[in-house]
Design a protein around this ligand. Structure first.
Ligand SMILES: NC(=O)c1ccc[n+]([C@@H]2O[C@H](COP(=O)([O-])OP(=O)(O)OC[C@H]3O[C@@H](n4cnc5c(N)ncnc54)[C@H](O)[C@@H]3O)[C@@H](O)[C@H]2O)c1
Ligand SMILES: N[C@@H](CCO)C(=O)O
Ligand code: NA
Length: 428
């Protein structure tokens, strides 16, 4: 009989308690599927006495997660404490250095230190896995590292933050104010402790950095991501975009371009009939495009106890089975230094301009766009009772730099009554 895989659990919050629940609910099923028993030996968290709704009486307690990580009777550390640096990172390094596998849900740590930690794991001949860190329960790292392993990847994109998608879809559905709906998302447990990480795009960008490294075989390059959150998206634009046939999403895109990898996290428009355009509420969706397979789409819960713990346990079961999948799809020493492409591929843009309602205004705007080489695909002037005429324009594909030049030009003409709004329309 194969020896049990002995695991230690650092962190007993949403994800950690969820993992104990799965392990206790499905003990037999998991043993059968893993081919050996997965035995939780010891746990650690900040409070020993807190009631977490799970029975911890059968496990040793360690006050210090780093001491937990170096226990002789442990083969694998599950790190679900969180935090980019500090105890989570020290415990992870300690476990890897001691020749123990690590499974983590910590996107902040992996986005910052993932390359180095993966190299340490390989040096020690153990696995470092992080499925739960990217789009929670969706098996997206597995899809990329295993299912797509024979493909050259061309683009990875998606909605990777449930809170933002919830806010954008609820604003449209209810007409409610941004701040009220964000408060709902916090109450419902979707948002990070500091929701700036959600609405500012940083949480989703950490996930994108991990997918991008895995897709393109580069070192994790979080700092290269151009990040813009949803704080400035208004109900007006959500509704006008819909009138023009689009939905606004906080979209992460990592794409292979002729001069390197382009990584962006920003509000974009997508066609409202596309799978991404139809995505409602806290659900995540990731699209993987490979040169031989074409486009594949993955949808599911990106957060919450059950989904996230499900992904953690899937990694643990894989390791128990003896699977040896490199953290980022290729051995860490083969990851190339990232070649950053700062230029987004040309795309159509949605523009909303508040124009002074005077003869010749529209002609001057069209002329400025024309001089920048930008062609108008569609245009609509919204009915208005004031001196400001709201005009919506969808351009043909153009470079962002050309668009910025045209918009700067328009701003000097004294024809606009407000700062123009421009959103990229991502081809999906
Ligand atoms: N909650 C989710 O839906 C979700 C989804 C995907 C990924 N994650 C990631 O999973 C990790 C855990 O998230 P969570 O929501 O379960 O967090 P949580 O705040 O609910 O739980 C954190 C746990 O870690 C313990 N802990 C934290 N710092 C510690 C320290 N220094 N020493 C000892 N114990 C410490 C806390 O006591 C607590 O038990 C984070 O990295 C998070 O980004 C969470
Ligand atoms: N706050 C995150 C949780 C998962 O990272 C979200 O809203 O998607
Ligand atoms: Na996942």
């Amino acid at each position: 009989m194969t020896q049990p895989l002995r695991i230690a659990l650092a962190g007993l919050g949403t994800v950690g308690a969820g993992m104990v629940t799965i392990l206790q609910t499905h003990a037999e099923l998991i043993t059968a599927r893993a081919g050996r028993e997965i035995r939780l030996v010891a746990v650690s968290a900040r409070s020993r006495t807190k009631d977490r709704g799970v029975d911890l009486s059968g496990f040793d307690w360690e006050d210090d997660p780093v001491a937990l990580a170096r226990r002789d009777d442990v083969d694998l550390l599950v790190e679900v404490m969180g935090g980019e640096d500090g105890t989570a990172r020290v415990a992870t390094e300690t476990a890897l250095a001691a020749g123990k596998h690590v499974v983590t849900a910590n996107k902040a740590m992996m986005a910052r230190h993932g390359t180095r930690l993966a190299a340490l794991a390989e040096e020690k001949g153990v696995s470092l896995r992080y499925e739960a860190a990217v789009a929670g329960g969706i098996p997206i790292v597995k899809a990329l590292t295993e299912g797509m392993a024979a493909n050259g990847m061309t683009r990875v994109l998606g909605v990777m933050n449930g809170t933002c998608n919830y806010i954008l879809t609820e604003m449209e559905r209810t007409g409610g104010a941004y701040a009220d709906i964000l408060a709902d998302a916090q109450r419902l447990g979707y948002a990070e402790a500091d929701p700036t990480f959600d609405v500012g795009g940083f949480d989703a960008a950490q996930k994108l950095a991990l997918l991008s490294a895995t897709a393109f075989g580069t070192e994790v390059d979080y700092d290269a991501i151009q990040i813009e959150g949803i704080e400035r998206v208004t109900l007006t634009d959500i509704r006008h975009a819909r009138e023009m046939g689009y939905a606004i999403k906080l979209l992460g895109v990592a794409a292979l371009t002729p001069d390197g990898v382009e990584q962006r996290m920003q509000p974009c428009l997508v066609p409202d009939h596309s799978p991404l355009g139809q995505l409602e509420g806290v659900t995540n969706m990731v699209v993987l495009e490979g040169d031989f397979i074409g486009r594949t789409v993955y949808q599911g819960p990106g957060a919450g106890a059950g989904p996230t713990a499900s992904a953690v346990m899937a990694d643990v079961i894989d390791i128990a089975r003896g699977a040896k999948v490199p953290s980022f799809g290729v051995p860490a020493r083969m990851l190339s230094a990232p070649q950053r492409s700062g230029l987004a591929a040309p795309a159509p843009y949605y523009l909303r301009l508040g124009l002074a309602d005077r003869p010749g205004t529209l002609a001057r705007v069209a002329d400025a766009l024309g001089r920048a080489g930008i062609s108008i695909d569609r245009m609509r002037q919204i009915q208005h009772e004031t001196d400001e005429a709201p005009v919506l324009i969808v351009t043909h594909a153009c470079a962002r730099a050309d668009l910025d030049r045209a918009l700067a030009d328009i701003m000097t003409m004294d024809v606009t009554t407000a700062e123009p709004v421009a959103y990229r329309i991502e081809p999906v």
